[in-house]
Design a binder for this molecule. Structure first.
Ligand code: G1P
Ligand code: ZN
Length: 543
């Protein structure tokens, strides 16, 4: 077997988005499309000879083929070892953990996260660096530049190794180590959380349901919840990963996880419910009769993390993406710890976590995590919640109410307008930006604009500047509307509008969210001209 150099031509659309390169499967199936991107990644990463690379994905359609190609290309690009999940599977947080634990130079994670899979579904390739986190912008820009000039890639002509069994094999001079995707991750969770306390709570009657949505977390949740924590078999539903996620969107929100939500709202609801997404980095948290918004969940986890053994010394600080509600800011202020507001995307948390400035991070898009890895982590969030429930011996709704009465409630909703005509969506953002300077002082009903800007972020660790990260309209009193275009969509443009209003008084903590946000929702249309410019009267999804 030998190393081949294959001639290729650049594709001009391989710019990584919020989270790697995402396209429809048929797009990825074009000749050399995946190979070009992987070679560009290897070239840009410039790992030392003999380095270790982690490879795995969420098991969606096309995962197996690309894992095989990536291994054969790694062997031809000077890597000394690849660590790959059995059957090519690894959840995103488990891949992050393996990169760190094995001191790998990086990892290739194959996923399109919460987007649908299957022959006409989405696929994605993402590169993570040696801290276990998504490649920072400098690296993704180098990858993109390389994709524009690539003329050849290197690949071994050896057959792709058998990934069905755990163990060692060789391809060219490179060792291929197939690992159980769950065990190292489960061990890390045992180090962070009080499994005895959670086990005792479950034995004592705490009931739960975890919906794996036919995605990657099925095996993880079954091993940890049913295996190690003693929850009854059947606690994990939709636990078998499928290439097309059973035809659904593996996105844990009230729309796509509706059966779980219905169950938690029903008469025979368990005490706790949760779901995760395609690649296992997102989470949805529910209690009997309540869906906890991700922004509230972040704030509650931060305020209670010290109850879990991995965080007894307290947390150093909290980071949240800009559109995430400011509930966490109130916790940080009370705890006298740092709070950081970053652009959307987990990659912006990496430096803050590496430098010890923050311990817990979160995004409104169902992402929460800590410094245990450098990705958001769905199962981690579930276990931290369970740990808190076990220690506080209270229900989810009680803990949420208690949190609001201590810190106030940040009413919050995100409205998504999907597959909007791209020029129309770009025109809407453009027009907002043009009007920013004249916005302050304008009145909309009872709302008066105090500040309006296009968010930019200077990384406090490496000084890098990220501009154009979303338009913020802030009103006196702290209410906010944020507009931005998605960086992960694969069709047209997705306009996201984020609405937030703070309410201090416990007497007004039980309003229906849409009622609490009514004026802001109307104002968002008035300022953004959403109807006029997109022709949409309603968002496709409200989360
Ligand atoms: C979305 C979320 C963002 C998250 C990303 C990857 O990105 O909004 O918070 O980090 O998916 O999971 P967007 O499509 O908004 O660019
Ligand atoms: Zn994901």
């Amino acid at each position: 077997m030998s190393i081949q150099t294959v001639e290729t031509k650049p594709y001009d659309d391989q710019k990584p988005g919020t989270s790697g390169l995402r396209k429809k499967v048929p797009h990825f199936q074009q000749p050399n499309y995946a190979e070009n991107f992987i070679q560009a990644t290897f070239d840009a990463a410039d790992s030392p000879a003999g380095a270790t690379l982690v490879i795995g994905g969420d098991g969606r359609f096309f995962n197996r083929e690309v894992v095989g190609k990536a291994i054969r290309m790694a062997a031809a690009n000077g890597f000394g070892r690849v660590v790959v999940g059995q059957d090519g599977l690894l959840s995103t947080p488990a891949a992050s953990n393996l990169i760190r634990k094995r001191q790998a130079a990086g990892g290739i994670i194959l996923s399109a996260s919460h987007n649908p899979g299957g022959p006409d579904g989405d696929f994605g390739i993402k590169f993570n660096v040696s801290n276990g986190g998504p490649a920072p912008e400098g690296v993704t820009e180098r990858i993109y530049a390389r994709t524009r000039s690539i003329t050849q890639y290197r690949i071994s002509d050896a057959p792709a190794p058998d990934l069905s069994k755990v163990g060692l094999s060789r391809i060219e001079d490179m060792e291929v180590e197939v690992v159980d995707p769950v065990s190292d991750y489960a061990q890390l969770m045992e180090e962070l959380f009080d499994f005895d306390a959670i086990r005792a709570a479950i034995a004592g009657g705490l009931t739960l349901r975890f919906d794996a949505m036919h995605a990657i977390t099925g095996p993880y949740a079954r091993e940890i919840l049913e295996g190690r924590l003693g929850a009854p078999v059947g606690t994990v539903v939709n636990g078998i990963p499928l290439e097309d996620f059973g035809g659904g969107h593996p996105d844990p929100n009230v729309v796509w996880a509706a059966p779980l939500v219905d169950h938690l709202m029903s008469a025979n609801a368990p005490d706790f419910g949760a779901a995760s997404d395609g690649d296992g980095d997102r989470n949805m948290i529910l209690g009997r009769g309540i869906v906890v918004t991700p922004s509230d969940s972040l704030a509650i986890l931060a305020a209670n993390a010290h109850l879990a053994k991995g965080y007894t010394r307290g947390i150093a600080g909290i980071a949240r993406s800009m559109p995430t509600s400011q509930a966490a800011d109130r916790v940080a202020a009370a705890m006298k710890i740092g709070i950081y507001e970053t652009p959307t995307g987990w990659k912006f948390f990496g430096n803050l976590l590496d430098s010890g400035k923050v311990t817990i991070c979160g995004e409104e898009s169902s992402g929460t995590g800590s410094d245990h890895v450098r990705e958001k982590d769905g199962v981690w969030a579930v276990l931290l919640w369970l740990n808190i429930l076990a220690v506080r011996k209270q229900g989810v709704a009680e803990i949420v109410q208690d949190h609001w009465s201590r810190f106030g409630r940040n009413y919050y909703q995100r409205h998504d307008y999907e597959e909007v005509d791209k020029p129309a969506a770009e025109g809407l953002m453009e027009s907002l930006r043009d009007r920013l300077a004249s916005m302050a002082g304008q009145r909309f009903g009872t709302l008066v604009v105090s500040e309006a800007d296009d968010f930019s972020y200077k990384d406090p660790v490496d000084g890098s500047l990220s501009t154009g990260q979303g338009v913020r309209i802030i009103f006196s009193g702290g209410s906010r509307i944020v507009y931005r275009l998605s960086g992960t969509g694969t069709k047209g443009a997705t306009l996201r509008v984020y609405l937030e209003r703070f309410e201090a008084s416990p007497d007004r903590h039980d309003l229906p969210v849409e009622e609490a946000l009514k004026e802001l929702i109307e104002t968002a249309d008035a300022i953004g001209e959403i109807r006029k410019r997109t022709g949409r009267t309603e968002p496709d999804v409200r989360t």
